[in-house]
Design a binder for this molecule. Structure first.
Ligand SMILES: [Zn+2]
Ligand SMILES: [Zn+2]
Ligand SMILES: [Zn+2]
Ligand SMILES: [Zn+2]
Length: 259
């Protein structure tokens, strides 16, 4: 039994010759070079061994390639399978660890396993799992698409709402400005009327001042006496007017009533 290094011919290695293996014999659990292959095929002990090309052997997953036909503990070929321990057994294993176990001949199990539907079922299961994964991923992708569309919908709504609010605010602003202008206009005409009225009286007062000054300088005593009475009466009228101005609401300051 050579070590299963795999890359070199086991037979040559045993004779200290290093030669690359071109074939693999699972029965011998070793590589075979092209020169040794002929002998391996014709020799009585090995001619029934099913060898495979090294390329095919290397395609095997390592976990499968590591399953060999020899018990590593006793270096004997496996012959039986213990279903209780789920273990392959060589004749020595049986006498030590599986004395009371139900054992099946490996040749029989192996024959049925290649023909059983197990691999088809496993492949089918894996295919279904992948389909499920595809479906789940597609479902999430669609979910995301819906979320995206909803977000865009909300953004459009917000923009429309914003535009409506802007229009409404523009209208409000316009109305308030019109109201303000109208109010100012109203106050302006009231104040103009008031100022006009007051300046009329101012003229009267100017006249009285001039007349009194002239009377003082140029009038006779009699004229001064009667004129004084007349002026007094007129001044009283003007005083009444001034009092009415102060009491009148027209004298109050105008302000805006902004709510
Ligand atoms: Zn060789
Ligand atoms: Zn062999
Ligand atoms: Zn064993
Ligand atoms: Zn057992």
């Amino acid at each position: 039994m050579a070590s299963a290094s795999g890359s070199f011919c086991g037979v040559c290695e045993a004779q200290d010759v290093v030669k690359e293996a071109a074939f693999w014999c699972p029965e011998c659990n070793e590589g075979i070079c092209t020169s040794c292959e002929k002998h391996h095929r014709s020799s009585r002990g090995t001619k029934h061994h099913e060898i495979t090309s090294m390329n095919d052997y290397k395609q095997l997953p390592p976990i499968i390639a590591s399953i060999n036909q020899y018990c590593p503990e006793h270096d004997k070929k496996y012959q039986l399978y213990c279903s209780q321990h789920e273990q392959l057994c060589c004749p020595l294993c049986i006498t030590t660890n599986h004395k009371k176990c139900d054992l099946l001949a490996i040749d029989e199990i192996v024959k049925t396993s290649r023909n059983s539907a197990l691999f088809e079922i496993m492949e089918q299961n894996l295919k279904e799992m992948k389909n499920n994964i595809d479906r789940i991923v597609e479902d999430r992708r669609q979910n995301l698409e819906i979320i995206k569309q909803q977000r865009q919908g909300f953004q459009t709504d917000i923009k429309e709402m914003r535009a409506k609010i802007n229009i409404h605010l523009d209208k409000l602003e316009q109305e308030i400005q019109q109201d303000l202008q109208a109010a100012e206009q109203k106050v302006m005409s009231q104040i103009n009327r008031f100022v006009q009225k007051v300046s009329d009286h101012e003229k009267t007062i100017d006249e009285l001042q001039n007349n009194i000054a002239a009377t003082k300088r140029f009038a006779t005593d009699l004229q001064t006496f009667f004129g004084g009475k007349m002026f007094e009466a007129k001044i009283q009228e003007e005083e009444k007017f001034m009092t009415s101005l102060i009491e009148d609401s027209g004298y109050n300051k105008y302000t805006y009533n902004v709510n």
